[in-house]
Design a binder for this molecule. Structure first.
Ligand code: TPP
Length: 575
């Protein structure tokens, strides 16, 4: 006869779960003990439960299958929250198993008691406490169904005495929950979309991660329509490579060519994205939006027609009878503009180009220091990384450098906290990615602020032999905030980070590490770090003054930057 905890673990095993992330303790001890006795499920004990939730959610984002994390009674569960919000906003199916005080104490404001069913209400698609063994395995199956079919977080709370209770005699065996199938679009709506597109002189496409699996259909549509394609950051993986239509990103991390491509077209076709920045959508266009989530249609920009359905099915149906647009002028001009912007970016990353853009910019700002530019670091990583590497990036400037200097050739993958925008995600996301396959290269672009927030979990990489490459953009700053302050005309305040030698810290934790301060040592250091065995940290001291300019700088922002710089100079002279 099995108990509740064993039933839970048996169900997860049936579901194909390979890793469970968390911190052991009290109410969840029967569950971790059942995991210990189960062949095929690995327990990864982290140092902070937030790392567990990020890691589980990385696995869910990469595979589309269930990620699982655990946090025990009260604070242990609370610590999961940020990583769970990241899962919610990335539409990642994650199950959080949370501990609770024993049933007789429930509701008495007992030691460590918090009301999980209330606390996790907002973050979850399903949130229930098991109060009797007879609810199992049904309640767990509902949780899994919720997580997988509504692509979100399910929270199942287990009071301390319930895990060890025997299942009632005659309980049916647990079952695995099927993954949802693709939603077909309404053919009449697709026909209407075709009419609108046929009637337009020129089309631009804005494609997101929801179009990733529809790559061949999307390229066929772009080709038929001679349409330039703007990609969201998340859509880089899968859609950037071998794509003669793509012109990079729009938004703050974007480039002027992408913006122009959107502005110059008569019709905007949005596929599989909920790209949130309304200001960066072009105005006055006919807009057709395709998404398998009806709630995404029209919430960022006004649309003329929404097509609800799977992007591959919808684009496939759209192609049937879609009229060709043979004039390639708009496409060619967009591509040329993108190429010349891209070349200018590569100049920024090339240390050897005398008289190039870098020198010109340097002399302009009278800033002849020789510190490592973050662009150089991102470009070096791009050059040395495997074609099937998985990248993660922290919220902050490192994501900007990744978006501009890492190309997603081959079968490279990318995840980050791109919808929640949390710091500290890159390292634990990398742990999750690496646990899926210890042979595949995983590279984390870490901010120094981000990494030090959850620093303790570098130990998890060592303890569980997760050989990820942690590349730290060590600018001694909360760099993105510095930029925000300066753009807003404020002097830099509260952004300086007094960091230790992070390579020495990593070595003390038991991993390989190197610190790089000189530009001419960078390339060899990256190559060496990527070549060796086991987890490695590369602490690269980068120039905090390096700014990334958005594709459109408003006069207010430019003025703000000038005022901030002047204030900093005046105040430092006064001091
Ligand atoms: C958990 C969390 N706290 C605060 C912020 C606000 N924030 C966004 S970026 C940033 C600075 C990030 O600094 P760092 O990790 O050093 O990266 P950098 O921008 O310097 O590359 C801050 C404080 C956030 N997004 N998430």
């Amino acid at each position: 006869m099995s108990d509740v905890a064993e039933t839970i673990v048996e169900t997860l095993h049936l579901q194909g779960v390979k890793t469970v992330w968390g911190v052991v303790g009290d109410a969840l001890n029967p569950v971790t003990d059942a995991i210990r006795r189960t062949e095929g499920i690995e327990w990864v004990g982290v140092r902070h439960e937030e790392a567990a939730a990020f890691a589980a959610n990385a696995q869910a984002q990469l595979t589309g299958d269930l990620g699982v994390c655990m946090g025990t009674v009260g604070p242990g569960s609370i610590h999961l929250l940020n990583g769970l919000y990241d899962a919610k906003k990335s539409h990642a199916p994650v199950l959080a198993l949370c501990g609770q005080v024993p049933l007789p104490e429930l509701g008495s404001d007992f030691f460590q008691e918090i009301d999980n069913d209330q606390l996790f209400q907002d973050v979850s698609v399903f949130c229930r406490t098991v109060t009797s063994p007879s609810q199992m395995p049904g309640l767990l199956e509902q949780a899994l169904q919720g997580a997988l079919h509504r692509r979100g977080v399910a929270v199942l709370t287990l009071p301390g005495d319930v895990g060890g209770m025997d299942m009632p005699k005659g309980t049916r065996a647990p079952r695995a929950v099927a993954r949802p199938g693709a939603v077909p679009p309404d053919p009449a709506v697709v026909a209407r979309a075709r009419e609108l597109i046929d009637a337009a002189d020129s089309v631009a496409i804005l494609a997101g991660i929801g179009a990733r699996h529809a790559r061949s259909e999307l390229l066929a549509v772009a080709d038929r329509l001679s349409a330039p394609m703007v990609l969201t950051l998340k859509a880089k993986e899968g859609l950037e490579r071998d794509n003669e239509f793509q012109v990079g990103h729009t938004g703050l991390i974007g480039n002027p060519a992408a913006r122009k491509a959107l502005d110059a077209a008569e019709l905007l076709l949005i596929v599989g994205t909920d790209f949130p920045y309304s200001d960066w959508y072009p105005e006055g266009k006919t807009v057709v939006q395709l998404d398998d989530r009806g709630e995404h249609i029209g919430r960022r920009t006004q649309v003329d027609l929404g097509v609800v359905g799977d992007s591959a099915l919808a684009l496939g149906a759209l192609l049937e009878g879609l009229g060709p647009k043979t004039d390639r002028k708009h496409l060619d001009e967009s591509r040329d503009a993108f190429r010349s912007w891209h070349d200018s970016q590569l100049e920024l990353a090339d240390p050897s180009r005398e008289g190039g853009l870098v020198d010109r910019v340097r002399s302009k700002f009278d800033n002849p220091d020789k510190r490592i530019r973050p662009e150089m670091l991102a470009a070096a990583v791009n050059a040395h990384a495997d074609d099937d590497a998985i990248f993660t990036s922290d919220t902050g400037m490192s994501t900007v450098w990744l978006s501009r200097f890492v190309d997603f050739r081959g079968s490279r993958r990318l995840i980050g906290s791109y919808n929640l925008g949390s710091m500290a995600n890159a390292m634990p996301h990398a742990l999750g990615a690496q646990a899926l396959d210890r042979e595949r290269q995983v590279i984390a672009f870490c901010g120094d602020g981000g990494l030090t927030m959850l620093l303790g979990d570098l130990l998890t990489a060592v303890a569980y032999n997760l050989p990820a490459r942690f590349v730290v953009f060590d600018n001694g700053r909360l760099g993105m905030v510095k930029l925000e302050q300066e753009q807003g005309g404020l002097p830099e305040f509260g952004t300086i980070l007094e960091n230790p030698d992070l390579a020495a810290v990593a070595r003390a934790m038991g991993m390989r590490a190197a610190r790089v301060e000189e530009p001419d040592q960078l390339d060899a250091a990256v190559a060496e770090a990527f070549g060796g065995q086991g987890p490695v940290l590369l602490d690269v001291v980068t120039n905090p003054e390096e700014v990334s300019l958005p594709p459109k700088v408003t006069p207010t922002e430019a003025w703000g930057f000038a005022v901030a710089k002047m204030t900093e100079v005046v105040e430092s002279r006064g001091a």
